[in-house]
Design a protein around this ligand. Structure first.
Ligand code: FAD
Length: 465
């Protein structure tokens, strides 16, 4: 902070843009937040269902206890208390109506998987040790092979890959092991191990006890109103304007120009193309946009006439076919009364096969799945169902993509990027979005050569590249 208040424009009102705006205004800066849609929140939103008078989310968002920047954001907007870490998650197998609650004892877990022999369990234990060792001291070619190829090379039995590691890979990298490179998985295993050492406790999974609007937006709106942040909806940015190597503002698609001393561009990777045409070096960022492809998630909010008998707040369903399916008990998570209906959500990550089906087919498949795992679900009736297709949920990192995620800094004075797709210590997560925001804000606040908006420049011309 140099003491002088400057005008920052933040483009994009998802988590990265919200965190940027909140932290800039905390630092005493004047902020305008521009969001293309009619509401803020980006990929973390609640979707009210008037038919059942409820406010489900666009998909379950879980937290790792190693996250730091998301919690800093929640502290800033006053909602940190709404994330809890029960310290366990459930795991289920079809035909076995009990829930196991820990993956820390992998051997105990594998004993319950039908068809896995003692020999396979022993080989899996040795391969898991090798996997951890190679995550910390990585062989040079982990970006050249897929996670599935890495498992084979480590000697992980295929049966154990399908029972455990395929689902783990989808959960951690967002994509299937035959598509994701081994490197992001190894990086995350290493980040998790380091965070666990730092925090002196194994990483666990937590969840919000309120809907995502209450968690992320309610407090932000209060901060913005108190600090005079100008939030503009349906403001679609067409270009970031640059003159003489410094940012001068942005231009909207309707031609309006919004001058600024500094800009944080916090749009998703699939929206970046065209915005940075005046920015030297933009070709590399656009190349990242070609390589980093979106991965779909399908969620179903199911309102049933009875309990299905879950034993934990969230349960991961293992079918041994390498599919990651999860079910969430909103009664336990949100303290919801089941007086009118029992509310469960299901999540299918990397749901390439499911996303093209009709709502009725998707709901039918999810109910079939619940009936396979939960005896009490056999006669359950669906009172209301709400299918949420998010074709662009997370982003895949195929082999050969290491290093394409750009950093937050650009070659332009006063311009930084933010968003989950930028280079951070995490994969495509809420933490990645907030970590990039923290870096973008720190970077811009530390730069002293930002021009003052009090002497606005003429409309910028296209910079030569
Ligand atoms: C169903 C689902 C489940 C998920 N589960 C988890 C989870 O369990 N844990 C986890 O950590 N992460 C999870 N994620 C990922 C997480 O939601 C994202 O990583 C994070 O929210 C991304 O935030 P962002 O701000 O980078 O991008 P976004 O949320 O996409 O925000 C970008 C914003 O920019 C706006 N914008 C785009 N172009 C323009 C323009 N030209 N002008 C103005 N505005 C523009 C968009 O409208 C949008 O609001 C999940 C995502 C989904 C969809």
């Amino acid at each position: 902070m140099t003491g002088e208040q400057r005008h920052f424009v933040v483009v994009g009102g998802g988590l990265a843009g919200l965190a940027s705006a909140v932290w800039l205004t905390e630092a005493g800066q004047r902020v305008t937040l521009l969001e293309r849609r009619g509401s803020l929140g980006g990929r973390t939103i609640a979707m009210p269902q008037p038919a059942v008078d409820d406010v489900p989310d666009n998909g379950q968002h879980v937290f790792a206890s190693g996250y730091e920047n998301v919690f800093r954001y929640l502290e800033s907007v006053g909602t940190r208390e709404h994330v809890c870490f029960p310290g366990r998650l459930g795991y289920r197998f079809p035909g076995d109506d009990t829930t196991s609650t820990s993956l820390h004892n992998v051997d105990k877990f594998l004993k319950r998987v039908p068809g896995i022999t003692v020999g396979e369990r022993l080989r899996a234990a040795a391969a898991t040790l090798r996997l951890m060792a190679q995550s910390l001291r990585q062989p040079h070619d982990l970006d050249a092979i897929t996670a599935a190829e890495w498992f084979d090379r480590l000697g992980m039995p295929r049966s154990v890959q399908h029972a455990l590691w395929d689902g783990m890979t989808i959960g951690l990298t967002g994509d299937k092991p035959e598509l994701s490179a081994a490197k992001p998985l190894a990086d995350l295993m290493a980040t998790g191990a380091k965070q666990a050492l730092k925090l002196r406790t194994p990483i666990s999974i937590g969840y919000p006890t309120v809907d995502l609007d209450t968690l992320y937006l309610a407090g932000a709106r209060r901060v913005f109103a108190e600090r005079g942040v100008d939030v503009r909806h349906r403001a679609v940015v067409r270009s970031i304007d640059v003159e003489d190597g410094a940012v001068t503002g942005v231009t909207l698609t309707d031609g309006e120009r919004v001058p600024a001393d500094a800009v944080i561009c916090a749009v998703p990777v699939w929206s970046i193309r065209g915005l940075l045409d005046q920015v030297p070096g933009h070709e590399e960022v656009y190349r990242a946009a070609e390589i980093l492809q979106p991965v779909p998630i399908v969620s179903v909010n199911l309102y049933l006439d009875r309990s299905i008998g879950m034993q934990e707040w969230g349960e991961v369903l293992y079918d041994g076919l390498g599919v990651l399916e999860q079910v969430w008990d909103r009664q336990r998570m949100h303290g919801r009364s089941p007086e009118r209906s029992w509310f469960y959500s299901t999540t299918v990550s990397a749901s390439y096969d499911l996303i093209g089906l009709s709502n009725a087919e998707i709901t039918g498949r999810q109910m079939e799945m619940l009936r396979r795992y939960y005896p009490e679900a056999r006669d359950a009736q669906v009172l209301h169902s709400h299918v949420v297709r998010m074709p662009r949920s997370t982003i895949t990192q195929h082999p050969g993509s290491f290093g394409v995620r750009p950093g937050v800094e650009t070659q332009v004075d006063g311009l930084a990027l933010a968003g989950d797709w930028l280079q951070t210590g995490w994969t495509i997560t809420m933490e990645g979005a907030c970590q990039s925001a923290a870096r973008a804000v720190d970077h811009l606040l530390s730069v002293t050569s930002v021009r003052s908006s009090r002497s606005p420049r003429p409309r910028s011309s296209r910079a030569s590249l």
